[in-house]
Design a protein around this ligand. Structure first.
Ligand code: AMP
Length: 219
């Protein structure tokens, strides 16, 4: 099964992707994580993507497509994938179609803007592992430090207020239209879910929605 997970920054894509990949044994393909890793490792693609990401803009399509193709090529054959944060615009959606990866379900997490801003502004991460906390909703045991390594937590540069505003605008202009695009291309396989609940409540809704999509597809 290949699933696309869409949603604005702060909607909980990363959290839901992790839960779903554990549950359904899917390969987690997060273009945001791949780009952050490329930046940490100072690869040519990472260097090119860094400033756009810090501003809250999208990284270039050719960089993202290169990373995705590399990752798909190294996936075990027959594996299912959860695509988290990709595609982000129509050009990427068309390139994905050209890759020949068949999409079984498209899920958009919908969350009110004030909740998104609250979630993002309180988010802190452990850069090496990608572990994510929230200063109020999911605080670490020791303030400002990772639970497992005790290393300092940081705020992602693109979680700063100005970049967040830009990311929300980019999402509205370039990514949200993908839901209509996929509704037309994959009728019956697209679902919008309220992402405002607790991670486990959203996870249960997500599983139920995938079950419904699978049963209508089989019928
Ligand atoms: P995320 O971790 O999905 O919130 O992504 C963080 C940032 O990485 C985004 O704001 C973009 O700058 C960049 N990014 C992630 N995925 C893509 C993509 N598919 N296309 C372009 N830029 C991306």
């Amino acid at each position: 099964m290949n699933i696309l997970l869409l949603g604005p920054p702060g909607a909980g894509k990363g959290t839901q992707a992790t839960l779903l990949c554990q549950r359904l044994q899917l390969q987690h393909l997060s273009t945001g994580d791949m780009l952050r890793q490329a930046i940490r490792e100072k690869t040519p693609w990472g260097r090119q993507a860094a400033s756009a990401m810090e501003r809250g803009d999208l990284a270039g399509d050719e960089i993202v497509l290169g990373l995705v193709q590399e990752r798909l090529a190294s996936s075990p054959s027959g594996a299912g994938h959860l695509l988290d944060g990709f595609p982000r615009n129509l050009a990427q959606a068309k390139a994905l179609q050209d890759c020949g990866l068949s999409i079984d379900a498209v899920v958009e997490l919908v969350v009110a803007e004030d909740v998104l801003v609250d979630r993002i502004s309180g988010r802190r991460v452990h850069p090496k592992s990608g572990r994510v906390y929230h200063v109020r909703l999911q605080p670490p045991a020791r303030e400002g430090h990772d639970d497992l390594t005790c290393e300092p937590l940081v705020q992602r540069p693109d979680d700063q207020p100005r970049a967040v505003r830009e990311r929300l605008q980019v999402y509205a202009a370039q990514t949200r239209p993908l839901t209509a695009h996929y509704r037309q291309r994959l009728p019956g396989r697209v679902v919008q879910l309220d992402g405002g609940g607790t991670p486990l409540a959203v996870h249960e809704q997500l599983l139920a929605a995938l079950g419904r999509i699978a049963s209508t597809a089989d019928a």
